[in-house]
Design a protein around this ligand. Structure first.
Ligand SMILES: Nc1ncnc2c1ncn2[C@@H]1O[C@H](COP(=O)(O)OP(=O)(O)O)[C@@H](O)[C@H]1O
Ligand SMILES: [Mg+2]
Length: 269
């Protein structure tokens, strides 16, 4: 009798749907891990592209931990609908924003949803938001390699993914898995951003490798990917996030320049 070899399939996005025909390029900012700076990176890239005069939308796909409203200082805004029954995105720094955080009555309202409900909400953000025509849609992904990542890869033809990591092995292990997921789903990886690369002491300006060093460089060598930037951990970066200000505009010169270079590389691709 012939034996049939079973194979695990991870789902395919070789022929994804196109739920975002209004966006010329869709870029996912992802990582295997939480707390590494995905949202911060997504926000700064979106603002950087908008500063180049491009039309940019930022979709917060982190349903259970939406950070985009606060990062953009619009956390007190609430969802409104236009006459065509479309949700009106919030806007700041020239970027149109949609987040589940804008749909809850209060900033601290938790969403206790099954993942199927979370996915429907995201699909609605693709289908029923008055985004207008966009040159770029940036998607701030939740951590991990689960439902949301797969759905996005299947529902929109992604132009590419940018992966964010810290130098720490615990983070790069998770990012390796994310790299493999994007490879399996045929999404091009545009490169890796190492965030919190080192800490700059505010008083002495001495650099400390809090999370180790070389993590992103090793990942880039292993998987033949470009290292797009190494962003240090600074007190000012944290303060700016809480105040709803962008590092690419208000940050230290060095960080501003790093982000501007990343944006330039993306826009030139
Ligand atoms: N380079 C940095 N320097 C200082 N704080 C940072 C830096 N990058 C991110 N943070 C802070 O770290 C926390 C996690 O960042 P966030 O972008 O929310 O990560 P993620 O989206 O991956 O969970 C936030 O409080 C953010 O303000
Ligand atoms: Mg986040």
């Amino acid at each position: 009798m012939e034996t049939i070899k079973k194979k695990i399939t991870y789902g395919s996005s070789q022929k994804p749907n196109n739920r975002a025909p209004y966006a010329k390029r869709v870029i996912a900012i992802s990582s295997g891990k939480g707390g590494v700076g995905k949202s911060t990176v997504a926000a700064n890239i979106a603002v950087g592209l908008a500063q180049k005069g491009l039309r940019v939308g930022l979709l917060d796909a982190d349903i259970y931990g939406p950070s985009i409203p606060r990062l953009f200082g619009v956390e007190n805004e609430h969802l409104a609908w236009n006459d065509n029954n479309k949700m009106i995105p919030s806007e700041n720094f020239g970027v149109k924003l949609m987040s589940v955080g804008l749909t809850t009555p209060q900033n601290d309202t938790p969403l206790v949803w099954r993942s199927s409900v979370a996915i429907s909400a995201l699909i609605q953000f693709l289908d029923d938001v008055a985004w207008g025509e966009l040159d770029y849609m940036i998607i701030d992904m939740p951590p991990g390699t689960g439902d949301v990542q797969l759905t996005m890869a299947q529902e929109i033809p992604l132009f590419g993914a940018i992966l964010v990591t810290t130098p720490q092995m615990l983070a790069t292990d998770d990012v390796s898995r994310a790299i493999m997921m994007f490879k399996e789903t045929h999404v091009p990886i545009l490169g890796i951003i190492e965030n919190m690369s080192y800490f700059i002491a505010p008083d002495t300006k001495v650099h400390y490798d809090i999370f180790g060093s070389g993590g992103a460089k090793r990942l880039c060598e292993n998987y033949e990917l470009p290292l797009l930037a190494q962003i240090p951990l600074t007190c000012k970066m944290r303060e700016l996030s809480d105040e709803g200000k962008m590092a690419i505009i208000f940050g230290e010169n060095e960080i501003k320049k790093s982000y501007q270079e990343v944006v330039k590389k993306i826009a030139e691709r």
